[in-house]
Each structure stands twice: as structure tokens, then as C-alpha cells.
Write a protein that binds this ligand. Structure first.
Ligand SMILES: C[S@@+](CC[C@H](N)C(=O)[O-])C[C@H]1O[C@@H](n2cnc3c(N)ncnc32)[C@H](O)[C@@H]1O
Length: 274
């Protein structure tokens, strides 16, 4: 049965709302397996979530923020964050990377977290308050339509979210729009090897589990290039499924995006939650 983009987005929202409620100690519905929605069980614990942060970073954070981590990397470990920067985290979840970024950019900088799920935004607000992070702002919205002005951000980070988007070209265009000239991206995401077809990716895991919707390395590079990014690199860090990897994605915004040059990508139809 095929799933429309709107249905898929709603499935993602529902799945992560449940995860946020569980992380906040509330009863949940269908649940997300091990607690990390981008994971399919205990054997995935080293590939997703808090294990990807070092002990020093974890010690800087409230336990609830660490436990709410659902990423597939640690963008604050490789993103080029500087004192005074304006940072935007796409799909900020429970807020772990926003809080860490806020510490890095200091009181003259700002860390924004953007998420479409009310329950995640509420969890992130609580975690930021517990961390006493003052220079953070959480925004409700979709990463395909970022609620910030053009050329207002120095660095975009994201952790295991772009694979969940049903319109990835729009995300690339929006990243290019809100970044200042010379702005950087430092993103963790699940990325497939180029030989895997969309159908093969869908057999390796669900869409809401961050597998079926993953771009290939070549698709990522082409989309970023078409959106006006240069110095694009996509580097695999750890395997999360056969032929699929946690990856570090970096690029610099130099040109204005050209919408007409963007490849058309369709969302895989395997949603699969409970
Ligand atoms: C796998 S979790 C990652 C959360 C966080 N980045 C982390 O590392 O813990 C995905 C998050 O992205 C959000 N999300 C997914 N698709 C989104 C979209 N299209 N626009 C905004 N938020 C989205 C979900 O609500 C969820 O909080």
C-alpha cells in the first residue's frame, strides 16, 4: 500500500510525539522500541542516541536531555561553531544539540531549535531550563519551510532528521536561504551507499526508524550542490544497516539556490511503526 507524503509526515510526527512523552516519563502508545526511535532494538544502542556523545559532553547536560537523544551522530563534535554564532538545529528533538551548541557559542551567540512536534518542543524547553541555557529559542515548524528570515544563520546543524523529510530538495533550498553567505552546515544523518535503490533501502528498516527515507551519498551531494552549497562532503562514520551508515555531512553556502536544477526525489512508502 502506498503512503502519501502527508500521511508519512503525520506518521513521523506521531512516532516522535510518543517518544517525547516517554522520555518525559509519561505513558506512551505504540512506542519506539528501545527508546531511540532511530533504532530497532538494544543491538542498535551503540549506533544511535546518547552513546554517540562523550562522557564530558554528557556530564554537561541534564540526564533527561541525554536520555532523550535520538540522533545518529554528534554534530556539535564536528560542526564549526564559534563564539557569537547564530546556530540552527533542524529537528531539535529533546534539545541535546541545541543546549550543547548554546554553550559553544556563548552568551553573545544564539542557538535555535526547530521541530514540528509539540511534545518534543515541550521536552526541549524543560531540558533547556534544567540546563539553565539562556541563549536558546525553540521554534515550531517544518524544516521544509524554516520560520526564520533569509541570511540570518551562521551554522545549521541537524541530527538524524533530514532522512525523515518528505521533501528533501525543499530542505536544502531552505538551508541555503536562511544561511548567511559563507554559512556552514554540519549535519549527522543516515546515508545509503550509492548502489542501493530506494526499494532496497526500504527493506533495511522503516521510514520513521530513519532508514527507508535516507538519501544516498550521491543524492545528498547533488542536492546540496544544486541548492548552492560548495565544499560538500559526505563521510560515513558507522554502519547502521547493510549498506547504510551514520554520516557526517558538511558544506558551505556560497551561491543562491537554483530550484529548477534540483533533482526530484520521491519518498519511500514503507512507514511501519507498530
Ligand atoms: C530522530 S529524532 C532526532 C531528534 C534530535 N535531533 C536528536 O538528535 O535527538 C527526529 C526529530 O525531528 C523532528 N522532525 C522530523 N521531521 C521533521 C520535519 N519535517 N520538520 C520538523 N521537525 C521534524 C521530529 O519531531 C523529531 O523530534
Amino acid at each position: 500500500m502506498s503512503t502519501t507524503a502527508d500521511e508519512l509526515r503525520e506518521e513521523v510526527r506521531r512516532r516522535y510525539a510518543e517518544s517525547a512523552l516517554r522520555a518525559g516519563g509519561e505513558p506512551e502508545g505504540c512506542g519506539c522500541g528501545s527508546g531511540a526511535c532511530c533504532a530497532d532494538g538494544d543491538s542498535d544502542a551503540a549506533k544511535f542516541g546518547e552513546a554517540l556523545y562523550d562522557a564530558e559532553q554528557r556530564s554537561e547536560l541534564p540526564d533527561a536531555a541525554v536520555l532523550a537523544s535520538l540522533g545518529c551522530g554528534n554534530p556539535t563534535a564536528f560542526a564549526d561553531l564559534r563564539e557569537g554564532d547564530i546556530v540552527l538545529d533542524l529537528g531539535s528533538g529533546g534539545g541535546i544539540d541545541v543546549i550543547l551548541s548554546a554553550k559553544r557559542v556563548g552568551p553573545t551567540g544564539v542557538a535555535y531549535g526547530l521541530d514540528m512536534t509539540d511534545e518534543m518542543l515541550a521536552l526541549a524547553q524543560r531540558n533547556a531550563a534544567e540546563a539553565d541555557a539562556k541563549n536558546v529559542h525553540f521554534l515550531k515548524g517544518e524544516i521544509e519551510n524554516i520560520p526564520l528570515p533569509a541570511a540570518s544563520v551562521d551554522v545549521i546543524i541537524s541530527n538524524c532528521v533530514i532522512n525523515l523529510s518528505v521533501d528533501k530538495p525543499a530542505v536544502m533550498i531552505e538551508m541555503a536561504r536562511v544561511l548567511k553567505p559563507g554559512g556552514r552546515i554540519g549535519i549527522s544523518d543516515v546515508v545509503a551507499e550509492d548502489q542501493l535503490t530506494t526499494e532496497q533501502r526500504a527493506t533495511r528498516g522503516s521510514y520513521v526508524g530513519c532508514i527507508a527515507g535516507a538519501l544516498s551519498k550521491g543524492e545528498y551531494e547533488a542536492l546540496l550542490d544544486a541548492a548552492g552549497f560548495e565544499q560538500v562532503s559526505v563521510e560515513f562514520t558507522h554502519q547502521v544497516a547493510d549498506g547504510m551508515h551514520g554520516a557526517i555531512v558538511k558544506a558551505v553556502k556560497t551561491r543562491q539556490p537554483e530550484r529548477k536544477g534540483l533533482p526530484v526525489l520521491r519518498a519511500a512508502s514503507s512507514a511501519g511503526c507498530c
